[in-house]
Write a protein that binds this ligand. Structure first.
Ligand code: TMP
Length: 235
């Protein structure tokens, strides 16, 4: 498959068209940003690891019945995915209190939630991805009622599947962010699933093995990504 023009460059990825209008190539960079790109850096080999981790997780989810945009991994940093009409909503699922939820509600990180919590943010960098609710999404026609229902179902299903997957590898899935899009009338899970977009803690020690190491200057950032990659890619 040949890379065509780069039609979109984000903070961590570049998207290329291909000769098939239904397919695009998603290229993973080492660049990392936090706090809406106020903090910038690179994490050595992050692109390679996130490509691998996303491949394994998308394949697992597909096999378990979650429709995703994943087609195949092409190279170390490139994967072929279906072209989506992206729904401009970031869907966050939380199992434990952490990050912005801890801050917003004045709670300690690590408190287990008695059931998973789903949040929506408007995907808009200039505004810092503000939180919205389903009324905003419907009123602004970002998604229809049936699409929202489908997205919610897939997000919770993904959470249950990923929780089990990480648990088997001695890891706790604290929270994560998903993006969805439309492809030939169907809702597919898009974007990437990796330590940039998930909070992953070691069971027992609760050591952080995700992008919080970069956000919070905790050190050993590459090591954390390598460790998640090693465990995710092992049977
Ligand atoms: P938050 O606690 O900062 O709202 O983050 C919740 C989850 O979403 C966490 O696993 C990290 C992920 N996330 C992204 O993927 N992109 C973002 O821009 C932000 C702020 C969070």
């Amino acid at each position: 498959m040949k890379k065509g023009e780069a039609f979109y460059e984000g903070k961590a990825k570049i998207l290329y068209s291909t000769d098939d209008p239904d397919l695009i190539i998603q290229h993973f960079k080492d660049d990392a940003t936090a706090f809406n790109a106020q903090k910038r850096g690179t994490i050595r080999e992050k692109g390679v690891m996130n490509n691998r981790i996303s491949e394994v997780l998308f394949k697992y989810l597909e096999a378990e019945g979650v429709p995703t945009h994943f087609v195949q991994r092409l190279t170390d940093r490139d994967m072929v995915v279906r072209r989506l009409q992206i729904i401009p909503v970031e869907v966050i699922v939380r199992n434990l209190v952490a990050g912005s939820l801890a801050k917003r509600l004045g709670l300690e990180e690590g408190i287990p939630l008695s059931r998973p919590v789903l949040e929506h943010c408007y995907k808009n960098d200039a505004l810092g991805d503000p939180m919205v609710n389903t009324f905003h999404i419907l009123a602004l026609k970002w998604a229809s009622e049936s699409e929202l229902k489908e997205i919610e179902k897939l997000a919770f299903q993904t959470n249950e599947l990923l929780r089990v997957f990480f648990d088997r590898r001695n890891l706790i899935l604290v929270d994560f962010k998903l993006e969805f899009g439309r492809h030939r009338g169907k809702i597919l899970l898009g974007d990437e699933i990796c330590p940039d977009t998930c909070r992953i803690w070691e069971k027992g020690t609760l050591e952080k093995l995700d992008k919080d190491r970069f956000r919070r200057d905790l050190g050993k950032v590459e090591d954390a990504y390598q460790e998640v990659c090693r465990r995710v890619c092992s049977e």
